[in-house]
Design a protein around this ligand. Structure first.
Ligand code: ME8
Length: 517
């Protein structure tokens, strides 16, 4: 599969922006980690990458959360946003911008987008009467609702809905049905994985109602230009964030550079907003469409949906404190098929990380580097006695690297890691088979060569895995005295030099112990 968007072009990846109505949960962490991993991988490939995440601070849900906490909504949003930022920092999320929808430039961008849609004749004033879900911040058609056992009407996502009647601006979404269907036909990769495109297509084929675009019953939002008392529907200024981050409308060069190569990494529950409403808004405003949308799955707790009422919400920061950021990152990236739902638990994190990090990559690094420290005065030995086993190991590592590149081009993150860990296992097997501790007594030149090969394998593996486990990979590369400019994929072809003096080794991947809650 080709790299998509191609490595030669710029690349822009965005997370959904989170509602900071409550503390971040592991689903938020998962989205930030997967986006960060993709961004880091492509940077390592030499691609010009931009990465944005942030918070979605307007709307009724936030206003209600602040009221429930007896707080001023702007203060509450600021305070809670700090928790999302702290989560990103704790997980080494290397965003270029953390955007808040309350940022002044997002107001300006949402206003510009609104005016462009109005100029195109797509906005009109009317009266909304229908169902609204506060949890989803979504309007639902009567026909979409389901009836709970209690007789209560619920949204298709199972959330409570309330009857809403108020004056509202509308967007002529009904005019975009055919244009959207044409889009899905001409660009089948616009929504991935493919199953999610089918869902979207069915929804659009079922007919589109015009969309209520403003609210009058509260004022926590971006004012509708020229329409006192109306604030924009929260999804308007929320979706706008992606363009705001590129300087829209004042920086057309930046927009032109990144926007056509943008991938929105979002959860499956909000695909409709990104694959239906958003392209329709953009078409209306005369703005190009992003490259596409990736709808990832949900993280479940031991197979169960997380909810505050069940008390099973996983706090990502607790996991980071207990097991470290790379363990949380590695577990989620490796264990969950990107696009599918996945299950998390502390037992599973400990098991996966001990098997792959401590016992595999960590074991190889620890054993080879401590032998170099002890037997070679801490300097990389010379490889004067190479044989077929060394060449075979390097060939395996190269093949696995090629596979990882191919898998990442199609966003198959977990399979890319699988390939890289196949190489790590091969390197461990090589070390065990060659037994340099025994060779030391019989053939010192060959023992040195094996240690050289092992150190070089650790170097390549650390570079190959750095996008997933940046902290540990950098610690390994520090131990190999690899300079900061020699840590991208281009450096894979620049082998470590014999004679390089190494710092004293220390274990990078501690064996994790399950912390009893
Ligand atoms: O939807 N597992 O915000 P949000 C994986 N503000 N991902 C999950 C998840 C889980 N258990 N729970 C939620 C919003 N997510 C809007 C987005 S974008 C212009 C506006 C994902 O805080 C969810 O699918 O409810 C979404 O992509 C993201 O977390 C933020 O969810």
């Amino acid at each position: 599969m080709n790299t998509d968007p191609a490595v030669g072009t710029p690349f822009y990846i965005t997370t959904a922006i989170s509602y900071p109505n409550a503390a971040p949960h592991i689903g938020h962490a998962y989205e930030a980690i997967t986006s960060d991993a993709i961004a880091r991988f492509r940077k390592a490939q030499g691609q010009d990458v931009r990465f944005q995440t942030g918070t979605d601070e307007h709307g009724l849900k936030m206003a209600k959360a602040a009221r429930d906490h007896d707080r001023d909504v702007a203060d509450y949003a600021r305070e809670m946003t700090a928790e999302f930022k702290a989560m990103c920092d704790g997980l080494d999320i290397g965003y270029d911008r953390f955007i808040r929808t309350t940022d002044a430039d997002n107001y300006a961008a949402a206003t510009a987008l609104w005016k462009a849609m109005a100029d195109n004749g797509d906005l009109y004033l009317g009266r909304y009467e229908g169902w609204y879900s506060l949890r989803d911040e979504a309007f639902y058609d009567e026909s979409e609702l389901v009836t709970a056992q209690t007789g209560e009407k619920l949204s298709p996502q199972g959330t409570a809905v309330e009857w809403t009647a108020e004056e509202s601006w509308f967007f002529r979404l009904s005019n975009y049905q055919q244009k959207l269907l044409d889009l899905y036909d001409s660009r089948p990769d616009f929504v991935r994985p493919a199953g999610r495109l089918n869902e979207v297509r069915r929804f659009v084929e079922g007919g589109l109602n015009d969309l209520s675009m403003s609210r009058t019953s509260f004022d926590w939002g971006v004012p509708v230009p020229g329409s006192d008392g109306h604030v924009m529907y929260v999804w308007v200024d929320a979706l706008t964030n992606y363009l705001t981050g590129l300087g829209y409308p004042d920086n057309p060069d930046m927009v032109a550079r990144y926007w056509p190569h943008c991938v929105h990494n979002i959860g499956k529950d909000i695909v409709r907003f990104h694959a239906v409403y958003w392209p329709a808004f953009l078409m209306s405003a005369g703005i190009d469409l992003p490259h596409g949308i990736f709808g990832h799955g949900f993280i479940l707790h031991r197979g169960e949906k997380m909810s505050k009422s069940s008390g099973n919400v996983i706090d990502p920061m607790t996991l980071v404190e207990r097991y470290g950021s790379d363990a949380v990152r590695y577990f989620l990236l490796r264990e969950v098929g990107f696009g599918n739902d996945g299950s998390a638990s502390e037992e599973a994190i400990v098991a996966r990380c001990n098997a792959d990090l401590a016992n595999n990559l960590g074991n190889l690094a620890q054993r080879s580097l401590s032998m170099i420290a002890k037997n070679c005065d801490g300097a990389i030995p010379a490889a004067t006695s190479p044989d077929a086993a060394d060449a075979a190991l390097f060939a395996t590592i190269n093949r696995c690297y090629g596979e990882a590149v191919e898998k990442m081009a199609g966003f198959a993150i977990n399979q890319a890691l699988e390939a890289i860990w196949e190489a790590a296992s091969a390197a461990n097997q090589y070390f065990a088979d060659q037994a340099p501790w025994a060779l030391r007594k019989t053939d010192a030149a060959r023992a040195d060569t094996v240690l050289y090969t092992a150190a070089e394998a650790v170097r390549r593996l650390a570079i190959m895995a750095r996008w997933a486990i940046p902290r540990s990979a950098d610690a390994l590369l520090d131990q190999l005295a690899v300079g900061a400019g020699d840590r991208d994929f281009a450096a894979l072809d620049r082998p470590i030099e014999s004679g390089t003096q190494l710092p004293a080794p220390n274990g990078v991947f501690p064996r994790l112990q399950l912390v009893e809650a």
